[in-house]
Design a protein around this ligand. Structure first.
Ligand code: DAH
Length: 332
């Protein structure tokens, strides 16, 4: 009989060790320790045992009962600790990698340019990328017959309320919008996207960025324009940078010039063509109702991609827009 109790204890403990869930534990408890459980039937058998056997058997029975009760409590605690809950999170599962963000190389360039012009008293103005002919051409003194209006050079869009629209080809549109809404004196820059139907290659893209500048005041001259550009060049590219203006033509400035900046490109000093500039044409002032007898102004437009590409030695404009992180991670 004692041997049977030993077996009972071993079998019960084995079964207990295999319980994984609270339900299995409950089942084990009622089978072994419950009112109809196996130990209860042994109490019965104890009563039926002979006088000689009873003390030892009773002692052993109590031991087994105590052992099973203690083992049950221990196992119940383990199961409670490891049982998965519906809302449980598996903290051992690898997380979703979350890369540290950084500014795009063009955004860095733009932020740096805005910072320099901001320190010179220019505030940031804005205009839409979908423009009308007035702001992109007519008010900028670009005649009806000018080839710049050709369908092959523009992304023309459907007419809207009798107005032909296009994606702006230059940020000079913001000069007009600003002068229409704000009386002089003015000192603004405008940065943004412009669009031209160019075939993509290492130096052309159908979308790129320009920074426009406009100052309107009494008595401004070409010297103010060149000084402003020189101060920008030195602040942005270093104190040894230089500016050179080459005579050119733009319909909205008179006189007009191309802007070259001498900067270091991978250790080499180089003249780099960065944009156009000039004194605001009186016809432009007339189209926005500013008195050209009293006010003068200068304007300039700089290519942001050009500046970024030269500054960081990027040989292909397409790399700026491929969104290839292996490239973009190198900056910032
Ligand atoms: N809008 C011209 C372009 O896209 C650049 C430009 C030239 C802007 C002369 C100006 C300027 O403000 O005065 O080619």
């Amino acid at each position: 009989m004692i041997a049977d109790l030993d077996t009972l204890e071993r079998v019960a403990l084995d079964a207990l060790a295999r319980t994984e869930t609270p339900a299995a534990l409950d089942g084990w408890k009622s089978a072994n320790l419950g009112p109809q459980g196996i130990l209860k039937t042994w109490m019965q058998r104890l009563k039926e045992a002979s006088r000689d056997e009873r003390p030892a058997l009773g002692k052993r029975l109590n031991e087994v009962k105590g052992a099973l009760e203690r083992a049950f409590e221990a196992r119940a605690a383990e199961v409670a600790r490891s049982a998965p809950r519906a809302d449980a999170v598996d903290v051992t599962e690898p997380g979703i990698p979350c890369g540290l963000g950084r500014r795009h190389v063009l955004t860095r360039t733009i932020d740096g340019m805005v910072d320099v012009f901001g320190r010179m008293g220019f505030s940031v103005a804005d205009g839409p990328e979908v423009e009308d002919e007035w702001h992109n051409f007519t008010a900028l003194n670009i005649p009806e017959s000018h080839p710049a209006r050709e369908p092959t050079d523009n992304f023309w869009m459907a007419e809207h309320g009798g107005v032909r629209r296009l994606l702006r080809t230059q940020t000079s549109t913001v000069q007009i919008r600003t002068m229409e809404s704000t009386p002089p004196p003015l000192r603004i820059i405008a940065v943004g996207r412009v669009y031209r139907p160019d075939t993509h290659d290492a130096t052309h893209y159908s979308m790129f960025h320009q920074m426009e500048g406009l100052a309107v005041d009494e008595g401004l001259s070409m010297a103010d324009l060149k000084t402003t550009l020189l101060q920008f060049a030195r602040a942005f590219f270093g104190p040894e940078a230089e500016v050179r203006l080459r005579p050119s033509f733009f319909p909205f400035t008179e006189p007009s010039a191309e802007i070259d900046i001498r900067m270091q490109v991978r250790g080499q000093w180089q003249w780099v063509e960065l944009g156009g500039c000039g004194m605001v044409d009186p016809n432009v002032f007339a189209s926005v109702g500013i008195d050209a007898e009293r006010w003068t102004g200068f304007a300039f437009g700089l290519g942001v991609e050009r500046i970024a590409m030269r500054r960081y030695g990027i040989p292909d404009i397409r790399w700026l827009f491929d969104n290839d992180l292996r490239f973009l991670r190198q900056f910032g």
